[in-house]
Write a protein that binds this ligand. Structure first.
Ligand SMILES: [Mn+2]
Length: 393
């Protein structure tokens, strides 16, 4: 059986207020073409399908048409799970209908114990969940109350969940798992996360590749860098699109998807790179270099998005920095400074912070550092973050 392993689509994601939807549509087209050319039997989406639990209507319609293209137009089965960015319960909709069309969507822990069987493979789908979900599940299963109480970390939970899956193994088939967690090569080896949402990596809170060794192959989502794959058969596909500067800096390893062929006697994996339509280029240079035509003429100006760090910057000497850079480079999605020589602009700290609203503080801080006001998009982004934070309280 041949899979296309993708993950972390994050449909609806923005980069500093810039929509990535066009880039995501472009990557999707390439991905679909790879699936068709390679004649895969299934497309896997290993979590973080959407960027947020309540996606924008634009994100919903975009994803809807993507899934239709795969599953209805090209009759390719889909195996998808929810990630930590998705709203598991909200995504848990219409799956019984969808299964009739070979679209398997698993979003809740209690659905993870019904593997899909094909002629050669048993496919287990384990969506992102937290230790509390495992407590609830095992309480419902009638597990001893003390044992339930002892589920503190995701490792504790997984030490129950994985053996329960293994009990369902059909010895005549290969066992493939689709999941969405941070998994490191071993307990003492930490992985560098580019996924921004996990706070604890390393130590006790981290899952290790060893825990998954009974599976023949594990297709993971969560970490956006495929080089973070913890073992030969425990793999991250990475995100199909560069989502931020950190990921752009690791671009040498490429974004794309894996084609994984699992048969009774072998497992083969091939990586297919997806070239961006509009690349995200990171520049870290001095102001003089950035404005030097011999430098910028070597750059893909007006064809890429730029994330620029101005080194050794003397703020008092320059105004309209962003505007000047945009005039030369086109879209500057991120502007940063290193070793800033500060002028005497008013210090937010001198004001009575308690009198300012949180978004006001951000606004003033931004102005102090960059000399620019927040754009409307940026203001909305900041507002959104504070709204989300209040919800989490
Ligand atoms: Mn993700």
């Amino acid at each position: 059986m041949k899979f296309l392993h993708s993950a972390d689509w994050h449909i609806g994601r923005t980069l500093n207020g810039y929509s990535l939807l066009d880039e995501q549509k472009h990557a999707f087209k390439k991905m679909l073409q790879i699936a068709i050319d390679q004649q895969v039997d299934a497309v896997v989406i290993a979590g973080d399908i959407y960027d947020r639990a309540i996606p924008s209507t634009n994100a919903v319609t975009t994803l809807d048409s993507m899934l239709q293209e795969i599953n209805l137009k090209h009759s390719l089965p889909i195996y998808a799970i929810s990630g930590n960015h998705d709203g598991a319960k909200r995504l848990n909709f219409a799956n019984e209908w969808m299964e009739k069309s070979d679209f398997h969507l698993t979003t809740l822990l209690d659905e993870a114990f019904s593997p899909v069987k094909t002629s050669e493979v048993q496919i287990f789908m384990l969506p992102f969940f937290d230790p509390m979900d495992a407590r609830v599940y095992y309480q419902e299963q009638g597990l001893d109350a003390d044992q339930v109480k002892n589920i503190h970390t995701i490792t504790d939970a997984m030490n129950l969940v994985l053996p329960d899956m293994e009990k369902l193994f059909d010895p005549n088939k290969k066992h493939v798992l689709i999941s969405h967690f941070a998994v490191s090569p071993s307990a003492d080896q930490e992985i560098e996360l580019t996924s921004e949402t996990t706070s604890k990596v390393g130590g006790l809170a981290t899952l290790t590749a060893q825990q998954f060794e009974k599976f023949d192959y594990v297709m993971l989502g969560h970490i956006h860098t495929r080089n973070a794959s913890p073992a030969e058969n425990v793999r991250y596909a990475g995100s199909p699109v560069k989502f931020n500067v950190k990921e752009a800096k690791m671009a040498n390893q490429g974004k794309g998807v894996d084609i994984v062929e699992v048969t009774s006697d072998k497992i083969e994996r091939t990586f297919f790179e997806i070239q961006p339509k509009t690349d995200l280029v990171v520049l870290e240079e001095t102001w003089d270099t950035l404005l030097d035509p011999t430098f910028y003429k070597t750059q893909p100006i007006d064809q890429a998005w730029f994330a620029i760090t101005v080194k050794d910057f003397d703020r008092s000497k320059h105004i309209n920095v962003r505007a000047k850079l945009q005039e030369i480079y086109g879209t500057v999605v991120e502007l940063d400074y290193e070793n800033v020589k500060r002028d005497d602009s008013p210090d937010v700290a001198q004001q009575n912070l308690s009198e300012l609203s949180p978004d006001n503080i951000v606004d003033q801080f931004f102005k102090t550092i960059t000399g620019n006001d927040l754009t409307q998009d940026q203001k909305e982004l900041v507002d959104g973050i504070f709204v989300d934070l209040r919800k989490e309280d």
